[in-house]
Design a binder for this molecule. Structure first.
Ligand code: NAP
Length: 437
């Protein structure tokens, strides 16, 4: 018998567990550990609440968790409850699927003023992540700035501009639903340090901005390159830029009270304000031939009582595991970090790609593990889940198995607003109680 520990129960963790279970069949046990009492990581806490079709992939992960030989153990903290070294002692291989939950800092003067919030915190707040339940973003202000031109920036701008009716069918958490319903924000400026051809927004997500009840996108035609130049773009990118051109052609819809303004070639220099964010000092940029942005020296002030930076994420280091500070993730060769130690997903590649990108990632690492530890080979004699269970019990740790998560889920479904799939519990204690702990 072989045994594997996968740390993290987001998409990367589940696809890896699925691949290992498939590769080894009855001859392996796979434990998926998570520090929170609930599974699914980015699916529950990152994917936007109004994108339920993307969240539906959790049904597939549920099948994995319920498969024979696979266990989910929530409420187990790597570091505090068990170390990587200990896991390597009990299991034949350990796979880190810990994602990239930390915000990259803007690194500009006064980026720590109240009102400046990283996307992990802001997205976590509206998605009911226990770490950000008390965030209270300033929504009484009239102007917000969203820094970055990726899909997370789009998510944030869209969520900030939606009406309560537009959240019908979503699982936006109650505290955010109520706070956003009372929001005074009327102008949301999306700052991109480069131009329309360099956006990292995908077409479907960008197109949604053209169909909002109360908000209208605003693009300055002067920022767009000549249309014939779009031919150099790859197809997805070309479709995204086509949406920007549609927004220009349609012009802002004056019947709508909210504006989502694209401010391209705009690099934030500093946050300004008395005790809290009030403005951003921004520098105009131009592009060099290699596509990098450089400041032109022209600066201007942008009103912003809320600043959400959506400029990427980093994987937190783990004691005893090599860490690349510059890349913000674990250094690895095709997923392998060291002997019997692997990384998948954002912890391996950095914070890029779609949910589906994690599937081949997990498959590849499972193949690497199988090449070293053939499924039909002799077992190692490591104690695997039994050893871990004994250790956790000796430390007073109270793991949440999948059956207890199902109790939590039932409680959340029962508490849902009319038309919503669930009302997430947002405190760890509440989650544990609902799970019978
Ligand atoms: P991203 O796609 O890498 O975009 C990050 C943006 O931040 C880029 O526009 C980047 O500009 C900008 N940026 C980085 N550092 C900056 C700085 N110091 N100052 C100003 N701007 C800066 O990352 P993301 O939006 O966090 O998304 C992460 C991944 O999740 C992506 O693969 C994304 O597609 C995916 N995702 C998908 C969905 C969906 O499919 N619905 C939703 C959310 C996220 P430069 O290009 O100039 O570096």
């Amino acid at each position: 018998m072989r045994s594997f520990a996968v740390i993290g129960s987001g998409p990367a963790g589940f696809y890896t567990a699925e691949a290992l279970a498939k590769t080894y069949g009855e001859s392996a046990r796979v434990d998926i550990l998570d520090r929170l009492p609930v599974p699914y990581g980015l699916i529950r806490f990152g994917v936007a609440p109004d994108h339920q079709s993307i969240k539906a992939v959790a049904k597939r992960y549920e099948k994995v968790a319920l498969a024979s030989g696979v266990r989910f153990l929530g409420n187990v903290h790597l570091g505090a409850d068990v170390s990587v070294e200990e896991l390597l002692h009990y299991y034949d291989a350990v796979v880190l699927a810990t994602g990239a939950p930390n915000d990259r800092r803007l690194g500009i003067p006064r980026d720590d003023l109240p009102g400046v919030i990283g996307s992990a915190a802001f997205v976590g707040w509206y998605n009911g992540h226990p770490d950000f339940a008390d965030l209270q973003p300033p929504l009484h202000v009239s102007h917000a700035a969203v820094i970055g031109n990726g899909n997370v920036a789009l998510d944030v701008a869209r969520i900030l501009s939606k009406t309560p009716d537009e959240f019908a069918g979503s699982d936006i958490v109650g505290h955010a639903f109520q706070a956003l319903a009372c929001s005074s924000i009327r102008t949301i400026t999306l700052l991109g340090r480069r131009g329309p051809h360099q956006i990292a927004m995908t077409p479907k997500e960008l197109g949604e901005l053209g169909h909002l009840e109360e908000a209208t996108p605003v693009v300055d035609p002067a920022d767009l390159p000549l249309e014939q130049d779009d031919t150099v773009l790859e197809p997805g990118q070309r479709k995204s830029v086509a949406h920007l051109r549609e927004f220009v052609a349609a012009g802002p819809d004056d019947r709508k009270p909210k504006r989502i303004v694209f401010d391209f070639f705009a690099k934030p220099l500093a946050v300004e304000g008395e005790g809290h964010a009030e403005r951003l000092l921004v520098e105009r940029t131009r592009l060099l031939d290699d596509g990098t942005a450089v400041g032109t020296g022209e600066t201007y002030s942008l009103e912003a009582g809320l600043v959400v930076s959506c400029i990427g994420y980093a994987t937190p280091p783990i004691p005893g595991v090599p860490y690349d500070e510059r890349l913000g993730r674990f250094p690895n060769q095709g997923g392998q970090i060291g002997e019997r130690l692997y990384a998948v997903g954002w912890a391996r590649r950095g914070p890029t790609g779609t949910i589906g990108t994690n599937r081949p990632d997990g498959q590849e690492v499972a193949e690497q593990i199988a090449a070293l530890l053939p499924p039909d080979g002799e077992g190692s004699g490591r104690s695997g889940p039994d050893g871990l269970d004994r250790l956790l019990a000796s430390r007073g740790c109270d793991p949440v198995p999948f059956s207890d998560w199902q109790k939590i889920e039932a409680a959340e479904v029962a508490a849902a607003r009319a038309g919503a799939p669930r009302e997430k519990l947002v405190r760890v204690e509440e989650l544990l109680r609902a799970g019978g702990h």
